[in-house]
Design a protein. Structure first.
Length: 236
């Protein structure tokens, strides 16, 4: 489905510009995420080479630019490409939110400048971090290439390997099952797990846009797919 949308974008200069800018937003998010996690988990100073706040503003500006380009295109072309425009606008909202949560991780690193370690939860936290990095990378590839197989893989990875583990870590700390963390570390791990879960969730939302019609973005793929005429108009 997304491949058909990409083909629509390539036929129009404004849409192509909007799509390219969305891809650049994803690349920026990726750089922000790597730097923020490095600061929180592998540094005792919270200093990084990237300007996280500046990049976050750049992502926000890009979201507005995409909205403007989509709106301008729809005003010029009418409603024949409405579904394609709405799908792209929905995706850039998720991309912008990923940027926000990576900034939250950096804010956490600044509040907890010493390297954050999770005690008895360290192994599980490292597994979640690895899965988040993989899910985000795969969501980016799926978005750029319109790869439905990779998109479905992202959806399964998030459901089975990320959401539950993040919730379990937070619950274990809050209910007192984890007793080897001081209060500052315990609070930081709970927040970090929440931020990771949300990054995974928004990555999953991007993946759902690859396989679902607009009205089902963010939800599981239905067994019986809507007809393509529900997703892209015949005029496209």
């Amino acid at each position: 489905m997304w491949k058909k949308i990409i083909s629509v974008f390539k036929k129009d200069n404004l849409y192509q510009q909007a799509f390219d800018e969305a891809c650049e937003m994803l690349e920026t998010d990726g750089k922000m995420y790597v730097a923020s996690v490095e600061s929180l988990r592998h540094s005792d100073t919270a200093k990084i080479d990237l300007d996280i706040y500046g990049l976050d503003k750049e992502v926000n500006r890009s979201e507005r630019d995409v909205r403007k380009m989509v709106m301008k295109h729809l005003m010029l072309s009418g409603d024949t490409q409405l579904n394609s425009g709405l799908a792209l606008v929905s995706v850039v909202i998720d991309i912008e939110r990923i940027g926000d949560y990576t900034k939250n991780i950096y804010d956490l690193a600044r509040s907890h400048p010493k390297r954050l370690q999770a005690g008895s939860l360290e192994g599980k936290l490292q597994e979640v971090e690895a899965h988040i990095a993989q899910v985000f990378e795969h969501a980016t590839i799926a978005f750029k290439d319109g790869n439905e197989d990779i998109a479905r893989q992202v959806m399964e990875e998030y459901k089975e390997e990320i959401s539950t583990d993040c919730d379990d870590m937070a619950d274990d700390i809050i209910t007192g099952k984890v007793s080897d963390l001081d209060a500052p570390e315990a609070a930081a791990v709970v927040l970090y797990a929440r931020f990771l879960k949300r990054i995974g969730s928004h990555s999953r939302n991007i993946a759902t846009s690859i396989v679902n019609p607009f009205h089902r973005i963010g939800y599981q793929e239905e067994k019986k797919q809507e007809s393509e005429t529900d997703f892209i108009s015949p005029a496209e």
